[in-house]
Design a protein around this ligand. Structure first.
Ligand code: S3P
Length: 450
């Protein structure tokens, strides 16, 4: 698990062109869901391309603790022998979800309608994040949560003995909350209905349908209405996890800002609920193309080609696009710093409750690197310095946040002076091969401070 032991400072120095192919790891969101739904189904689910980052490995351990048999066959191939809906056993020990909000929130949902009790904890970042957004709707099913002040971990959940189905409107745009309610709804009798005003990533809905659940999604004036019939018998599946667009964002954005670059990122999941960054980059004038578009395992996939784009312009990112690129604002702000003009990002309050307060982490780090950034409660603005215009030359706190660490490593590749982070270890939560993959393309990364 990240966050334990001694920090490892990392430095990224200005480099020559980034070229070649960047096979980034499997999708983190889909990997968590494949393990959890595999554990809740009957039979053996076989998964290929699973992300073997700390976050997902913590979820695999948790599924074992709830009674599933989870086996690593090597090379991203895993199998899960499920216990069926309602079949979770009570874990003996505390469930440690490390750095992963997705892991803990989805697993809480999955166990909340079984008559078992489990205690959850995580690292310092996860233990500071709000869980009330999940435990509030889980209480409607009949589950009881006791945690620290402000609904923080460590927290114990006593699952409902006689769960009731729920109709719930998600108050914040969050796929984790939506998914926790749907997973809880699996073991409640009757229809569980979730309504979201802003569409968020829909991997849970797609995968539930793939496992044989009766689930419908309607777009209405009230929002997206998702209806799940409780107590299905989920059937084990074969799941090929596409490569993660949120990880692809790092080599793609690096290629756009390092002179002479031309990088191909193959087999990227381009589910419309995830692809907002790439639309935004194209709106800014990025030379970014989709090749070989196809459907794989029910998800749209393409190869992305990104080439150096010295003429990018800042834009106002439409707030209704935020949910489809919520994890990509840190690296977008790095591209924005290297574009001309101002990039305005509104309606992004959720960034303040991620692995870190990402607006503050990026604003402070970018300022230390010579970039002007304005910010408010739910917005921020980056004043671009144009291609080659960012001074760099600073050490930035990564705040136990993988995406902050990787965003500043990307900035170092295109800044005038190297950029360092105080601790690069969080990167292994989502992108364990970041250093060798970026080095193969031509990046100059070292494990030491500036
Ligand atoms: C995720 C949902 C998002 C995202 C996270 C993964 C998921 O979080 O930021 O990295 O897999 O459901 P929120 O639900 O908090 O928006």
């Amino acid at each position: 698990m990240s966050g334990h032991g001694t920090p490892i400072p990392m430095t990224s120095s200005p480099c020559g062109p980034l070229t070649g192919t960047a096979p980034v790891p499997g999708d983190k969101s889909i990997s968590h869901r494949a393990l959890i739904l595999g554990a809740l189904s009957i039979g053996e689910t076989r998964i290929t391309g699973l992300l073997e980052g700390d976050d997902v490995l913590d979820t695999a351990r948790a599924m074992r603790a709830f009674g599933a048999t989870v086996t690593d066959h090597g090379g991203g191939a895993w199998s899960v022998q499920g216990v069926g809906v309602g079949g979770f056993a009570e874990p003996d020990g505390v469930i440690d979800c490390g750095n992963s909000g997705t892991g803990v929130r989805l697993i809480m949902g999955a166990m909340a309608t079984s008559p078992i009790t489990a205690t959850f904890t995580g690292d310092a970042s996860l233990n500071g994040r709000p869980m009330g957004r999940v435990t509030d709707p889980l209480a409607l099913f009949g589950a009881h949560a006791v945690g620290r002040e402000g609904g923080r971990l460590p927290m114990t959940i006593a699952g409902a003995h006689d769960p009731l189905p729920v109709r719930y409107t998600v108050p914040v745009p969050s796929a984790q909350v939506k998914s926790a309610v749907l997973l809880a709804g699996l073991n409640a009798p009757g229809e569980t209905i979730v309504i979201e005003h802003e569409p968020t990533r829909d991997h849970t809905e797609r995968m539930l349908s793939g496992f044989g659940a009766e689930i419908t999604v309607e777009d209405t004036d009230e929002g997206r209405i998702i209806t799940l019939q409780g107590q299905p018998e989920l059937q084990a599946q074969q799941i090929a996890v596409p490569r993660d667009p949120s990880s692809a964002a790092f080599p793609v954005c690096a290629a756009l800002i390092v002179p002479g670059s031309d990088v191909l990122v193959p087999g990227i999941g381009l589910n419309p609920t995830r692809a907002g960054l790439f639309t935004t980059l194209r709106d800014m004038g990025a030379d970014l193309t989709y090749e070989n578009e196809r459907i794989e395992g029910g998800e749209p996939v393409a190869d992305l080609r990104a080439r150096y784009s010295p003429d990018m312009q800042g834009i106002s990112v439409p707030p209704d696009r935020a949910a489809s690129m919520i994890d990509e604002y840190p690296v977008l702000s790095v591209v924005a710093a290297c574009a001309r003009g101002v990039t305005d990002m509104q309606g992004v309050k959720e960034l303040r409750v991620k692995e870190s307060d990402r607006i503050d982490a990026m604003a402070q780090g970018l300022r230390a690197c010579g970039v002007i950034v304005d910010d408010g409660p739910d917005w921020w603005r980056v004043h671009g310095l144009g291609a080659g215009g960012v001074p760099g030359g600073a050490t930035v706190a990564s705040r136990l946040d993988h995406r902050i660490a990787m965003a500043f490593m990307v900035l170092g590749m295109a800044a005038q002076q190297p950029v360092s982070v105080d601790d690069g270890r969080p990167i292994t939560t989502s992108f364990p091969i970041f250093e060798p993959l970026m080095a193969d393309l031509g990046a100059q990364l070292s494990r030491s401070g500036a």
